[in-house]
Design a binder for this molecule. Structure first.
Ligand SMILES: *Cc1c(COP(=O)(O)O)cnc(C)c1O
Length: 356
């Protein structure tokens, strides 16, 4: 794609790169030197800027802080086998950002601002893209309403930003999850399919309660009957049931994960039968006790694939079988890693080159 926009670039005079130790980085704590910042004003996006990473100046009345017009995305850029850098499925993130924006009555971000902004920002901070196995540059686009007045209505002004942080292997121990049958993450007709900040705020208390009981995450269920599985924590959830890959069908209360989509595509490539349909808690517990549930795992950008070891249901903890080396979830994780690092063919055209 040709670069059409002019970005104002203000390079940092105090790079923090030399004081950064990639071997001891916690997820989301250390940010690269620069950030993208674009303001929406008078009905249009203004000139995009790349500036040193740093605080934003906000009115205490900033509408997003009060009424929650705030959305985000999450994606990764990977160091390639040949030394370059490539993003994984960034156009999917762009489309989903705009789907979230539409749901929250926020303006869409044009493709050029999003894509060219990512390219320019990552090129400038290329030295921050780690190269060790399993590492990546995590990319966090976000947008929020900026009006400094307290009327409850969609903001007129918005800030679209992108910050990035180098991340190592996101190691997750096998997860202990429990069905949540009191609180809900999202309701049909709500905004659960949008990556909007309020969804995460409302999930924190129920998640903390589960963590106090020794679980890592919740298995969210549908809001009307608490019977059907939706997601696990902030990941989509997949099961190997008999010889099929089974996952809850998308709905207005489920986030359409790009990792989920990619894992389903690999499964179909490999000839596995894939079922996207309602999945009840009872079905999963029955299959588990009958020895027909072989794998359960969460999928998302941060961890890629997080195997589930224990499922709590109505006061009882059910253990899943150990995950063998040739398990589907392991093969899918390895196949995705190989595509992302440029070590395998990319038949679906998922990788988007940022630097040569
Ligand atoms: C971001 C997210 C996911 C995973 O989406 P990916 O595109 O795979 O990272 C799943 N569920 C929720 C609630 C999320 O916020």
């Amino acid at each position: 794609m040709t670069d059409l926009l002019t970005f104002t670039v203000e390079p940092t005079t105090a790079s923090r790169l030399t004081s950064f130790d990639p071997s001891r980085v916690e997820f989301g704590k250390v940010f690269a030197d620069h950030m993208l910042a674009v303001e929406y004003r008078d009905g249009d996006w203004q000139g995009p800027r790349i500036v040193p990473y740093g605080p934003l100046a906000l009115s205490p009345a900033t509408s997003a802080l009060h009424y929650g017009q705030a959305i985000f995305e999450g994606m990764k850029a990977y160091r390639q086998a040949d030394g370059g850098v490539a993003l994984f499925r960034p156009l999917d993130n762009w489309r989903r950002l705009n789907a979230s924006a539409a749901r929250m009555a926020m303006p869409e971000v044009p493709e050029e601002i999003f894509m060219q902004g990512l390219r320019e920002l990552i090129r400038l901070d290329e030295a921050w893209v780690p190269g060790a196995a399993g590492s990546a540059l995590y990319v966090r686009p976000f947008m929020f309403g900026t009006d400094g007045l307290l009327g409850v209505r969609p903001s007129d002004g918005y800030h679209f930003g992108v910050i990035t942080c180098p991340v190592g292997v996101y190691y997750t121990q096998p997860l202990r999850v429990r069905f949540e049958q009191h609180y809900v993450r999202a309701v049909a007709g709500g905004a659960g399919y949008a990556k909007n900040a309020g969804n995460y705020g409302a999930a924190m208390l129920p998640t903390r309660l589960a963590q106090q009981q020794g679980y890592h995450q919740l298995l969210w269920t549908d809001a009307s009957e608490h019977q059907f599985i939706e997601e696990s924590g902030t990941m989509n959830v997949l099961f190997i049931l008999d010889d099929r890959l089974v996952t809850p069908a998308l709905s207005t209360s489920i986030l359409d994960g790009i990792t989920r989509r990619s894992v389903l595509a690999l499964a179909r490539d490999w000839g596995l039968s894939v079922e996207e349909r309602p999945v009840s808690g009872l079905e999963i517990i029955e299959a588990l006790t009958a020895g027909r549930l072989h794998e359960a795992f969460g999928v998302g950008t941060a961890a890629t694939i997080a195997p589930i070891a224990v499922i709590g249901h109505e006061g009882h903890d059910y253990e899943l079988p150990a995950v063998p080396a040739d398990a589907f979830s392991r093969r899918a994780g390895a196949a995705l890693d190989a595509i992302r690092n440029g070590q395998a063919l990319d038949p679906h055209g998922w990788m988007h080159r940022v630097t040569e």
